[in-house]
Design a protein around this ligand. Structure first.
Ligand SMILES: NC(=O)c1ccc[n+]([C@@H]2O[C@H](COP(=O)([O-])OP(=O)(O)OC[C@H]3O[C@@H](n4cnc5c(N)ncnc54)[C@H](OP(=O)(O)O)[C@@H]3O)[C@@H](O)[C@H]2O)c1
Length: 388
């Protein structure tokens, strides 16, 4: 495999740091030419020393980061959303790993694709907010969009070399999160500290809350729809608490293919970075004989309403998935800050979605303005909750 030049957007986060681990295992295969982070400047500074990138992007607060003039640091420093787009389009790069969180990832993904770079995508919100735009750009520029989300990496592996017309259903597995057996009454009492305690995965705060509400699975269903072109009614969700089967494809002859492994994000990250090659990974062997049994259940859609909101958003189409995603980001932040309860997350999202008609998303500015407007409305609704 030719040595690849990689840009990591969100290098200090959960996916970003695991990407760094995979890259550090194969120094002969990868060169890191760009890094972006928002607030964890100590860690970012260590990564800059380790990789000596050509360009670094930070959020608006630059305090603590060694500037490009510091001894030994020879990188171009860029900032904010414009800086992210510039970094994503850095000439000479082969692949951009998008491990940003939230819809802030959409424009950098598009910038990377338009610059002709392959994208390894963890940032599922990119496809929720602007799936059609991104997939059109990917086709036009003939670049590869490789999913890092473990479910989509699993589907990608099961679908490779198959005729998509032979697919009956995609089956996304979900751990069910920490509250999968809770009743609505129990969910009333949930605090952020309980929700941040995920049973199988250690992840960033936003995706951990999304897993607890099942919105994560809703976002992934929309992501799968755009990646593989399968309509929502043929994307099924099954709760699988052991998180060993990462997803499955059911074919028209009744066969189901699945991808299994120890739950560890370094595997799908490596799969995206080295595709189509398979190399030994940092992931522990999956010992099915030690696991004993794997279990499956239907999701409780009456209690976890975010899942149906995502199906509804995709059915309504146009800007509604972007609106839903923005409202979810505001609701999750408010929950983490203790401003609303767990059950008010879907209530707020649904309240925002009801106010929008499904106008088409023709350009990135349509998606961004739907996102901004839904955030403002969500904040207004939040204030009205708190005024009660
Ligand atoms: N974690 C997982 O296991 C997992 C699994 C599947 C999919 N995903 C998806 O992967 C994405 C990332 O998740 P995560 O868990 O890695 O999130 P995370 O731990 O919160 O990391 C987010 C990263 O983005 C950076 N960032 C945020 N806003 C930024 C901005 N405006 N400019 C530059 N950098 C910015 C953060 O920087 P600072 O840290 O410096 O603030 C951090 O490096 C999400 O879309 C998530 O749904 C995650």
């Amino acid at each position: 495999m030719k040595k690849k030049s990689i840009i990591i957007l969100g290098s200090t986060g959960s996916i970003g740091t695991q990407t760094v681990e995979v890259i550090a295992k194969y120094p002969g295969l990868f060169r890191v030419v760009g890094l972006a982070a928002n607030s964890r400047f100590d860690l970012l500074s260590r990564q800059i020393k380790q990789f000596k990138p050509r360009m670094v992007c930070i959020g608006d607060q630059a305090a603590g980061l060694p500037g490009p003039d510091s001894p030994g640091a020879k990188f171009k420093l860029v900032k904010g959303p414009e800086g992210l787009k510039r970094l994503a389009a850095l000439p000479g790069a082969d692949m951009v790993v998008n491990a940003l969180v939230g819809s802030a990832g959409l424009e950098p993904t598009l910038a990377a694709v338009r610059a002709g770079h392959d994208v390894a995508l963890a940032n599922k919100e990119t496809l929720v907010a602007g799936g059609q735009l991104v997939m059109q750009a990917v086709k036009k520029k003939r670049v590869r969009l490789l999913p890092i989300d473990s479910e989509h990496a699993a589907l990608h592996q099961c679908l490779e070399g198959r005729d998509i017309k032979t697919v009956k259903n995609l089956i996304l597995t979900a751990s069910g999160g920490p509250f999968r057996n809770h009743t609505i009454k129990q969910l009333h009492r949930i605090k952020a500290s309980h929700a941040l305690n995920h049973p199988t995965w250690s992840m960033g705060r936003k995706v951990t809350i999304d897993s607890a509400t099942l919105m994560n699975k809703g976002l992934e269903m929309i992501e799968a729809h755009h990646l593989f072109g399968i309509p929502p009614e043929r994307i099924k969700i099954v709760i699988h608490p052991e998180s060993v089967i990462h997803s499955m494809v059911e074919f028209n002859d009744g066969s189901i293919l699945a991808q299994l492994s120890t739950p560890d994000m370094r595997l799908p990250i490596q799969y995206a970075l080295t595709h189509p090659q398979r190399l030994p990974s940092l992931v522990k062997d999956c010992r099915l004989d030690e696991l004993g049994k794997l279990t499956f259940h239907k999701p409780d859609r009456m209690t976890f309403k975010c899942l149906d909101l995502a199906y509804l958003a995709l059915k309504r189409g146009g800007m509604i998935p972007a609106v839903m995603n923005a409202a979810n980001e505001i609701a999750v932040k408010a929950f983490l800050e203790g401003r609303i309860g767990f059950l008010q997350i879907p209530e707020l999202i649904s309240g925002v979605m009801k106010e929008y008609r499904s106008a088409a998303v023709r350009s990135v500015s349509d998606a961004v303005s739907a996102d901004h407007s839904a955030r403002r409305l969500a904040e207004e609704l939040l204030n009205s909750y708190q005024g009660k």
